[in-house]
Design a protein around this ligand. Structure first.
Ligand code: DOR
Ligand code: ZN
Length: 442
């Protein structure tokens, strides 16, 4: 049993915001009290217990207590590339970053396109026990973009969504069929919007910076034309569409118009697209190389506006671990991807929340409430009776990001060696303590 007291409780759905106590029993939230101090006698009565020695008491003074964050876009590299990340290391990194649930993308080796592999990811996540790991299964076999997977069977194995993320589905006909068939499962199709003809061999956003650095550019249209295509296909089929890592102002405009037209679509933005722009990329800075590439400042402003006005529904990390060896290659050859789980919340807090650009309540909506709703997951709430997936967050905690203190097996982040402020200090999954004093428990 657990009594967290004196923390600032935050839950936008249940309109909870204020100092109070939260009680946990049997892995679930049993009571939330805001605005008054509970006595030990009251706590014992509410927990139905006679001895305070049986209750862990946590003083959350000066900290926020909010629902565990849910990250809808994570690349764990197991099976196949365990040198970059394993399901266990990824789940530990998630917990350390404040995520109690993650969606694991299908672009592993082999690709997660059979029920056995979906079950493997799910079971390895359960064994790791640090965060809930929900498999995303491939839309097409081998991510080849041609033949659909057995979606109903994959869903029965535990898949919560379908995606070829890492690759855009080039054939509009295949995407149309995917949205149509996914309706049988009730699961969204997550689209990595990238037109390969337009993207070509580009490695950075096409513009002044790509010209200055002498690197091949990816035009913004490589993303936005596919956003428009997929929105229209979602309209025609009535399928459920989720757009991954939106990074251009045109995409935001199309999504806004699609929502006004009543199309069933949601969209996410990654923290790195909100914090860094193409002009920040150093020629040797392969830790900034990501797909879609870092946007212009103008795009960035549109992304933030979309987050605030409800056009964009979620934040997600797109945690993409890669080894030093690969990221040490020249910019044009290094793989795309930024390692995000352990720094994303701190970075967004420091750069947006602490600067007054994003309210803490909206952050919780974007990173816990809305992902739970869109993917039909438990969590994202401090409601009584809900799972006790919780984060105690210290807005004052400062920490230099170092390889030694991290849980991820890879360190490809622009924040390496830099200080960030605002970190989760304690994390619980189903009432079980998984992070204490910033350390993931064994
Ligand atoms: O930068 C990226 N890295 N974007 C993707 O879409 C895939 C990901 C990866 O798997 O490394
Ligand atoms: Zn992607």
């Amino acid at each position: 049993m657990l009594w967290i007291k004196n923390a600032h409780l935050l839950d936008p759905v249940n309109r909870i915001s204020g100092r109070g106590s939260l009680l946990v029993r049997g892995g679930r939230i049993v009571k939330v009290v805001v605005g008054e101090e509970l006595t030990a006698a009251a706590v014992l009565a509410l927990l139905g217990c006679s001895d305070l020695a049986e209750v862990s008491v946590v003083d959350g003074a000066g900290k926020y207590l909010f629902p565990g964050l849910i990250d809808a876009h994570v690349h764990l590299r197991e099976p196949g590339q365990e040198e970059k990340e394993e399901i266990k290391s990824g789940a530990r990194a998630a917990a350390r970053g404040g995520f109690t649930s993650i969606l694991a993308m299908a672009n592993t080796r082999p690709v997660i396109d059979t029920r056995a592999l979906v079950e493997y990811v799910r079971l390895q996540g359960e064994r790791a026990g640090k965060a809930r790991v929900y498999p995303v299964a491939a839309v097409t076999k081998g991510l080849a973009g041609q033949e659909l997977t057995e979606m109903v069977d994959l869903k029965a194995g535990g898949a919560v969504a379908f995606s070829d993320d890492g690759k855009g589905i080039q054939s509009a006909e295949v995407m149309r069929l995917a949205l149509e068939y996914a309706k049988l499962t009730g699961c969204p199709v997550i689209s990595h919007c990238e037109d390969e003809n337009l993207a070509g061999a580009g490695v950075i956003r096409k513009g002044e910076t790509s010209a200055r650095l002498g690197l091949r550019g990816i035009p913004a249209s490589a993303e936005s034309v596919m956003v428009a295509r997929d929105a229209l296909l979602a309209k025609e089929t009535g399928g459920r569409l989720h757009l991954a890592h939106i990074s251009t102002k045109e995409s935001v405009r199309v999504i806004r118009a699609a929502k006004e037209a009543g199309i069933d679509l949601t969209a996410e933005v990654n923290p790195h697209h909100l914090i860094f722009a193409d002009e920040d990329v150093p020629l040797t800075g392969t830790s900034y190389k990501v797909n879609p590439p870092l946007p212009s400042r103008e795009d960035q402003a549109a992304l933030l506006e979309g987050l605030l006005d409800g056009t964009i529904d979620l934040l997600a990390t797109d945690h993409a671990p890669h080894t030093w060896e690969e990221k040490a290659k020249p910019f044009a050859e290094a793989p795309f991807g930024i390692n995000g789980l352990e720094t994303a919340l701190a970075a967004v807090w420091q750069e947006l929340v602490a600067k007054g650009k994003l309210k803490p309540e909206r952050l919780i909506e974007l990173w816990a409430v809305n992902p739970a709703r869109r993917f039909g997951l438990p969590g994202g709430t401090l409601a009584e009776g809900a799972l006790a997936d919780l984060v105690l967050f210290d807005p004052e905690w400062r920490e230099v990001v170092t390889a030694e203190t991290r849980e991820s097996k890879s360190h490809n982040t622009p924040f390496l060696g830099k200080e960030l402020q605002g970190f989760p200090v304690m994390v619980w999954v189903g009432g079980k303590l998984v992070v204490k004093d910033r350390k993931v428990l064994p």
